[in-house]
Each structure stands twice: as C-alpha cells, then as structure tokens.
Design a protein around this ligand. Structure first.
Ligand SMILES: O=C(CO)[C@@H](O)[C@H](O)[C@H](O)[C@H](O)COP(=O)(O)O
Ligand SMILES: [Zn+2]
Length: 198
C-alpha cells in the first residue's frame, strides 16, 4: 500500500513537471502565436469570423475557444463572430453518413466559409483526415488556416498559413498547450479590439 502510494505520488509529480515544462517551452512559439492573434484580430474586426475544428479532446478545445469569442473571455463586450464546426450533431451525422467522416468539417467550411475568415484546426498528430480536408477546402476559398499541432505537424504543416507546432509528442500535453495558447490569443484579441477607451 505504502509502495503504491509512493508510486502514485511520483506519477502525479512527474505529470505536473512535464506539463509545466511544455508550457515553459512555448516561448519559442511567440512569433507564431502573435501572427495567429493578428489573423484573428484582422478577421474579427472586418466582419469575418473564426471557425474551429478538431476531434476528441481537440473538439472540446474547439468549442471552448469559440465560446470565449462569441461569449466573452475576460472583458464585458459585444459578441464577436466565432463558431466550432464540431457542435451540430445533425449536420455532423448527416455529412458523415452521406459523404464520409473525413468530410464533416470540409463540407461545413465550404458552406459557411468566406474569404478572409479564419479556420483554426487543432490536431495533435496533424494528420486527422477531416481536419486536413477542412484545410484543403479553406485554401480553395480563401479562408486563412491556422494549424495547432504537436511537434510533427504532419499533413497539416504545408496546409497551414500559420503553424503553431507545440514541441511535444504526447497528445495530452500537446492539448494542454493548445488551450493555454488559445486562451492567450483570446486575451490578445479582447485587449486589442475591446480595450476600454480612455
Ligand atoms: O483527448 C484525447 C486524448 O487526450 C483524445 O480524445 C484525442 O483527442 C482523440 O484520440 C483524437 O482523435 C486525436 O486526434 P488528433 O489530435 O490526432 O487530431
Ligand atoms: Zn484529452
């Protein structure tokens, strides 16, 4: 029992240490994050929108970040245009059933996207087919693509106008970094577009 508890404490300590190490390493991505924030600001200040997509935990992150923008992050302000392509179960099931799961996001991008919009794709492998196809669709119609991946950007690499490759291999740690970066960008967007005027 004692040994098990010591092992558990070690597991907990190492996980926290590794999470902290990944977040500390994100400094190296500052200029990529700044470019991504500029792209969100540019879209949201010109009547365009920011769309998000991803699978599993990244679908949750996509919804979370879209909600920060359409709702509020830290500042009480007017809503801004953002949506996650992961939330409409009728559209998702119909598209998957009729055209295949790989097309669940690309079809929504083609239907909803307009030139100058931004599509943020979250994928720790960079290879989720439905996100890759969404980026291909975005490129066809002039939607700016921001890829949030792990250290190997996979197929999303060459399809990303702006790439944020978190320098780690483990899915959960990459996801943790994605939400830190996403929150940071939400904060920059709010302070840039909605800071109280003096
Ligand atoms: O949240 C987790 C693991 O932490 C899982 O749900 C994970 O998101 C799923 O396995 C995804 O299908 C992985 O997709 P991706 O990150 O490679 O695009
Ligand atoms: Zn997860």
């Amino acid at each position: 029992m004692q040994a098990k508890s010591a092992e558990r404490s070690q597991t907990i300590a190492s996980y926290f240490a590794e999470s902290a190490r990944v977040i500390a390493s994100l400094d190296a991505l500052s200029s990529n994050v700044e470019r991504a924030a500029d792209a969100w600001v540019s879209a949201l200040s010109t009547d365009r929108k920011v769309m998000f997509c991803g699978n599993g935990g990244s679908a949750a992150d996509a919804q979370h970040l879209a909600a920060e923008i359409i709702g509020r992050y830290r500042i009480d302000r007017a809503p801004m245009a953002a949506l996650s392509l992961t939330v409409d179960t009728s559209a998702l099931t119909a598209i998957a059933n009729d055209y295949g799961y790989d097309t669940v996001f690309s079809r929504q991008v083609l239907g909803l996207g307009r030139p100058g919009d931004v599509l943020v794709g979250l994928s720790t492998s960079g290879n989720s087919r439905n996100v890759v196809k969404a980026f291909e669709a975005a490129r066809e119609i002039g939607v700016v693509t921001i890829g949030m991946t792990g250290e190997q950007p996979g197929l999303m690499g060459p399809l990303s106008d702006i790439l944020i490759p978190v320098p780690h291999k483990v899915t959960s740690h990459i996801q943790e970094a994605h939400i830190v970066i996403g929150h940071l960008i939400c904060g920059i967007v709010e302070t840039t577009l909605c800071a109280p005027k003096p």
